[in-house]
Structure formats: structure tokens, C-alpha cells
Design a protein around this ligand. Structure first.
Ligand SMILES: NC(=O)c1ccc[n+]([C@@H]2O[C@H](COP(=O)([O-])OP(=O)(O)OC[C@H]3O[C@@H](n4cnc5c(N)ncnc54)[C@H](O)[C@@H]3O)[C@@H](O)[C@H]2O)c1
Ligand SMILES: [Zn+2]
Length: 292
């Protein structure tokens, strides 16, 4: 099966997007949602960049979606890496440094605390589109990182995947990666970028991240889909629900009868298909939803 990460996927709701229907269907009754959560057996928390916004990590939407003069998502592509690996490595070096300095926020912690409290009596799975590692640092154990991780590299030649927390990841990237829009171009010779240390290989390393236009790892996708297929409650947190295939997960769960609650600072194209919508910074709303 070939599932490709698409940024321009336009989610088409089965329900007409009118405020009347939204008002009739959507609830923001936290007490009622918490009752449902209490009696649930299998819970999925599906998170996106919005959950890390309160840790100071920019999402890809709005003003924060730019690095220098580039739209961040335009650098997260195999074409960008082929055309200028130096520029893409500078961008990822910047993202690694920002995420390393960031701390998990109350949203990440509420999820991790909920798992440590109820993980022995309920099946709780966190599926994240984020690559910043903050869920794991908050203590989440049952975690599926759909799009990879900033602190893993993959060799373009032998394909070996390794954890790498070095800062900087190579000497040539020290003092590079500043987001200033006046900086033009990037000219680090390829031989000074991170390379595979296996003597028999020496290939150029790339971030182990699923870029736009690339396939998700089959095993990772399968794990996420099988958890989604049986959950009875799904919390959709801080995702714009426009990046496929993750964008389809929660609407599919809602369509087969699972209770789906969205936590966001604004409605998304998928909001009309859900049962609950809790507006506001998820550091606050999640704490309330996941407390006793
Ligand atoms: N932190 C990260 O690892 C990170 C950061 C940027 C982008 N990405 C990648 O970019 C892609 C973007 O898709 P996406 O849907 O995850 O993110 P997105 O940038 O498309 O959307 C972010 C969503 O979060 C919401 N949001 C912002 N602040 C919030 C808050 N405080 N509380 C609740 N919601 C808030 C926004 O309204 C928006 O709907 C993904 O593939 C992801 O891997 C990851
Ligand atoms: Zn190699």
C-alpha cells in the first residue's frame, strides 16, 4: 500500500459545512465528554503541531510557518533536499535546536499523566504528527510518531536510521540556521554536512522525517490504523486536519461510531464531523478534559 504525505489534501466533510448543522451536532459540554471518557476502554489522542505551540515551537500555519523567506512546508520536501541539502540541513538544524530548548507544556503533561494513571485499565495510544519529541519527553509511553523525529537521521545510501542528539549535528552547522529573512542562500559544501559513519558507506545523512510527497513507513501507518480502528474515544488535538493521511483518521473513527472530541484554537475543515469541540489553547482545555 502506498500512502503519501500530502499537504494540500482537501478534507471534504460528508456533512454540509453550515453553522446550523454545526450548532445542532457539535457539543462543548465538558462534563458529558468526561463521562464518556470515564467509561471508555480504548482511547486515541491524535496530536498535531498545535500541541507544541505553547512550548514555543511554531506550527506550519500563519506567520510562524516561515523560516527566512521560505514557507516551512516547502523545505520539508525531497526536492528541496535534492536541490540544496545545505539549506534543508540549516532549516532542520534550527528546528532541532528550538525543540531541544523547548519544554513539554501542560498539554503534553496532561496526556502523559492520564496514561500513567489509567494506562493499566484502558488502552491509551498517542498518535502524533509532531517530530519534536516532546510527548516522549513528557513521559508518554505508548506513542506512535507518524512523521518521524527531528533527532533521528537516515542514511541516503544504506538507509540506516540512528538516534542523534548532537548539538550541533556537525561542525559546519554551528552558528547556522538563523531564521532571519535577510539571509540569502546556503552554501555549506555537501562533504561537510552530516554523513554516515560506517566506513563501508559514508552516505549523506538526512533527517528521518516523512517529507511532503513521501510515503509513511508502512509498519508505523499500520500500527496507527489498527489502533484507530478499535478506539471508542478519540481526542484530536492541535491539528489543522489538512495533512493526509492523518487528516482522515478521526473522521473515519467518528463515521464508525467512536466519540471524537476536537481541541483547537479555531475550527478546522473536519470539525463538523466530530461530536465535541473544545475551543482554546489545549494546554488549558486538555488539563480540564483529562483531570478527574
Ligand atoms: N512541533 C512539530 O513537531 C511540528 C511543527 C510544525 C509542523 N509539523 C509538521 O507539519 C505538519 C502540519 O500539520 P499539523 O496539523 O500537525 O499542524 P498545522 O500547523 O497544520 O496546524 C496546527 C493546528 O494547531 C492549532 N493550534 C495552534 N495553537 C494551538 C493551541 N495552543 N492549542 C490548540 N490548538 C492550537 C491551529 O489552529 C491549527 O489547526 C505535520 O505533518 C507535522 O509533522 C510538526
Ligand atoms: Zn550509510
Amino acid at each position: 500500500m502506498c500512502i503519501i504525505l500530502l499537504r494540500t489534501f482537501r478534507y471534504k466533510s460528508k456533512i454540509n459545512f453550515t453553522s446550523n448543522i454545526m450548532a445542532a451536532r457539535l457539543s462543548s459540554d465538558m462534563t458529558k465528554f468526561k463521562e464518556t471518557l470515564k467509561s471508555s476502554k480504548e482511547i486515541i489522542i491524535l496530536s498535531g503541531a498545535g500541541i507544541s505551540a505553547e512550548s514555543g515551537i511554531p506550527t506550519f500555519r500563519g506567520a510562524g510557518g516561515y523560516w527566512r523567506k521560505y514557507q516551512a512546508s516547502s523545505l520539508a520536501t525531497p526536492e528541496a533536499f535534492r536541490n540544496n541539502p545545505s539549506l534543508v540541513w540549516e532549516f532542520y538544524h534550527y528546528r532541532r535546536e528550538v525543540a531541544a530548548k523547548a519544554q513539554p507544556n501542560p498539554g503534553h503533561r496532561a496526556i502523559a499523566d492520564y496514561e500513567s494513571k489509567y494506562g493499566s485499565t484502558k488502552k491509551i495510544t498517542v498518535i502524533t504528527q509532531n517530530v519534536d519529541g516532546l510527548h516522549a519527553r513528557a513521559g508518554t509511553k505508548n506513542l506512535i510518531e507518524l512523521h518521524g523525529n527531528l533527532y533521528k537521521t537516515r542514511c541516503t545510501k544504506c538507509k540506516e536510521v540512528l538516534v542523534n542528539n548532537d548539538s550541533p549535528i556537525c561542525e559546519a552547522l554551528a552558528d547556522r540556521g538563523a531564521p532571519d529573512a535577510n539571509i540569502i542562500g546556503s552554501d555549506i559544501p555537501v562533504r561537510f554536512l552530516p554523513h554516515c559513519e560506517k566506513p563501508s558507506c559514508g552516505g549523506l545523512l538526512r533527517p528521518h522525517i516523512v517529507w511532503f510527497g513521501e510515503n509513511l513507513e508502512a509498519a508505523v501507518l499500520e500500527k496507527a490504523e489498527s489502533a484507530m480502528a478499535t478506539c471508542d474515544v478519540c481526542l484530536v488535538v492541535g491539528t489543522s486536519s489538512v495533512v493526509y493521511p492523518a487528516a482522515m483518521f478521526a473522521p473515519q473513527a467518528a463515521a464508525r461510531g467512536a466519540t471524537v472530541a476536537e481541541f483547537n484554537i479555531e475550527p478546522t475543515p473536519a470539525t463538523p464531523d466530530f461530536h465535541y469541540y473544545f475551543e482554546g489553547p489545549c494546554g488549558t482545555t486538555l488539563q480540564e478534559a483529562l483531570s478527574d
